[in-house]
Design a protein around this ligand. Structure first.
Ligand code: NI
Length: 175
């Protein structure tokens, strides 16, 4: 078990494109995946991308059962995605609240296409292909953005809806 330090907004590794993984079945990925899941769990994240722990590889993990950071979110299957590709199925944008372990303490309202199809490989080399909407689609898009050096504030169009968690959660009428 290794909980790694999460890089924060402003770090150059969060601004650059990550490299494709030559072989998703490479056993050397096991430690990276374990560290990603351990760090995500320790920080109550909904997902985490390898660049956030300083590894510039196209690997993300995500998954939500009950998450105190996202009390109203629907469940998202626990997933490893290596070399993911996202295709937008419905470009109609929906606004939704996002947080990021690299932008601690803050939330923002981010427009995202509402339906996507994503493909990628798990650590056994199996192709994962799913269609997703709602919070699931949002999480995948957010995590894959990290692989292109994009953080959610860059996707925002109205910075009035960028603020600190207690104030935002209060404004949402949530916990
Ligand atoms: Ni993030």
């Amino acid at each position: 078990m290794a909980v790694r330090q999460v890089l924060r907004m402003g770090h150059p590794l969060l601004m650059q494109a990550a490299q494709a993984v030559p072989d998703p079945r490479d056993p050397a990925l096991a430690t990276l995946l374990e560290d990603l899941f351990d760090t995500m769990a320790a920080c109550h994240g909904a997902g985490l991308a390898a660049p956030q722990i300083g590894v510039p590889a196209r690997v993300v993990v995500f998954g939500v059962t009950h998450n105190p950071r996202y009390p109203q979110a629907e469940a998202v299957p626990r997933t490893v995605l290596i070399n993911p590709v996202i295709e937008v199925l419905d470009p109609t944008e929906e606004d939704g609240w996002e947080g990021c372990l690299s932008v601690p303490g803050l939330r923002g309202r981010v427009p995202r296409p509402r339906m996507v199809r994503y493909r990628g490989y798990d650590e056994r080399g199996h192709l994962i292909e799913r269609e997703a909407g709602g919070f699931h689609a949002r999480v995948v898009q957010h995590e894959c953005d990290h692989l292109d050096g994009v953080l959610y504030p860059q996707r925002m169009r109205d910075l009035r809806w960028f603020g600190f968690e207690p104030e935002i959660l209060h404004a949402m009428g949530g916990a």
